[in-house]
Design a protein around this ligand. Structure first.
Ligand code: KG4
Ligand code: ZN
Length: 399
């Protein structure tokens, strides 16, 4: 490759840093998505393949663990092969194998961990275990870095998905580089996390899924409620603000879910349309276009009010944490981060309060393996690796 001298701000010649050719193969199988990706230099996605099992779990209205692990077993080899093919990277050219170690469904995690372990051993490459939640943080950092945006640290991070609703402080620390692919650097920033709050009952995405189930809107509930909410009046049904005793940075979504349940019990006139939608779902209709004509104004208002209450709570508690910890940056990640009202509301409040808010693209909001490879990158450069004793950990905490 051609090497050119460039001039720095003082007019002195500077050698460009050699390209960082670390190619990390990421593998993710913590829940109901089998995913593999190749990420170069920690921030360039060469491929990201996600095989979703949503069609398998839809008729049960939630993930069935036994079916999930069986499907991961069927998908893992073709998905990894596809990711390598799309990236035009041959297995021997992979620098390291990164795999989600937890948290998640143990049977699902075991498929990825076992496969990743055997692959890394066969290739003689480092095996980097990654916490799924750290992956979600890196889904944001990956795209921010690629866009040359550098969130101010320590930042506040909200991870909000079907399984989690947690607030962390993200702290950066400079660490010595020991791996070859150093891009000329001798230090790299690694990240530490401090948990400052989280849900005491349901995760926000779980509340979306359960409310969608009660209303016969299909599975997963988030995307359809997101679409239907824009047609309703968010002030029509009043849900009281959730008060938290003790840690004010905690969340609770079971109250609002129960409020929807009692609302439906009280409004028997909504039951016929619920039965009609259940029939439509059984016929395989699942798109908002097909279900919206089967929703009365009262249902659209209920959906809009539910979403307004959840979004309001998420934004209020996250921004109050940012204020308390004097953070100038807020990161929002996980499946619910794809929600349009959540994004718009965060943008508006953050702008008013002079805080920068960072979201992943919608594709990287939900589970994927690019975020796992990106999270592994600084750990790989810092020389962290697991041995053959690595095991899946269903309840692995991030902090
Ligand atoms: O991160 P993810 O793919 O898997 C977990 O780790 O849980 O998140 C899936 C969750 C589901 O509960 C789904 O209903 C929710 O994210 N979700 C949304 C939206 N898209 C997905 N919730 C609200 N609005 C959305 N647009
Ligand atoms: Zn997730």
């Amino acid at each position: 490759m051609e090497s050119r001298a460039i001039l720095n701000a003082d007019g002195h010649a500077e050698q460009p840093a050699p390209p960082d050719d670390a190619r990390i193969l990421g593998i993710e199988s913590s829940c109901d998505e089998t995913a593999a990706a190749v990420v170069a230099g920690g921030q360039t996605i060469l491929s990201s393949v996600v095989a979703s099992q949503v069609d398998i779990h839809r008729k049960y209205g939630g993930v069935v663990p036994e079916l999930a692990s069986r499907e991961h077993l069927r998908q893992i080899v073709p998905v990894v092969r596809e990711a390598l093919g799309q990236a035009s990277v041959a297995l021997p050219d992979v620098s390291a194998v990164a795999v989600t170690r937890g948290p998640g469904l143990v049977g699902s995690l075991l498929v990825g961990v076992t496969y990743g372990k055997v692959l890394a051993m066969a290739l003689g490459k480092p095996l980097i275990p990654v916490n799924h939640l750290e992956g979600h943080v890196h889904a944001v950092l990956l795209e921010a870095h690629a866009a040359r945006r550098q969130p101010d640290l320590p930042a506040i991070c909200l991870i909000v998905s079907g399984g989690h609703t947690i607030l962390y402080r993200v702290i950066g620390e400079s660490t010595k580089v020991v791996a070859n692919h150093s891009n000329g650097r001798d230090s790299i920033q690694v990240f530490h996390y401090a948990r400052i709050g989280g849900t005491r009952d349901d995760a926000a995405g779980e509340a979306y899924d359960k409310v969608a189930k009660m209303l016969a809107l299909g599975y997963p509930g988030g995307p359809i409620i997101d679409q239907l909410a824009s047609f309703g009046d968010p002030r029509a049904v009043r849900f009281g603000e959730t008060k938290m005793r003790g840690n004010v940075h905690d969340f609770s979504f079971s109250g609002i879910k129960t409020a929807v349940f009692y609302h439906l019990r009280k409004h028997a006139e909504l039951h016929a349309e619920i039965a009609a939608r259940a029939e439509a779902l059984a016929r395989g209709e699942k798109k908002a276009d097909a279900l919206k004509p089967l929703c009365s104004k009262a249902t659209l208002d209920l959906v809009a009010s539910f979403q307004r209450a959840v979004v309001g709570d998420l934004v209020r508690r996250t921004m109050s944490a940012a204020e308390e910890y004097k953070s100038r940056s807020v990161l929002v990640s996980g499946g619910v981060a794809a929600n349009r009202e959540l994004r718009a509301s965060f943008e508006e409040v953050a702008k008013r309060e002079g805080v920068e808010v960072y979201f992943p693209s919608r594709a990287l909001s939900t589970d994927n393996a690019a975020m796992i490879a990106a999270a592994a990158y600084p750990r790989y450069l810092a020389g962290e690796a697991a041995d053959a004793t690595l095991n899946a950990e269903a309840n692995l905490p991030l902090a």
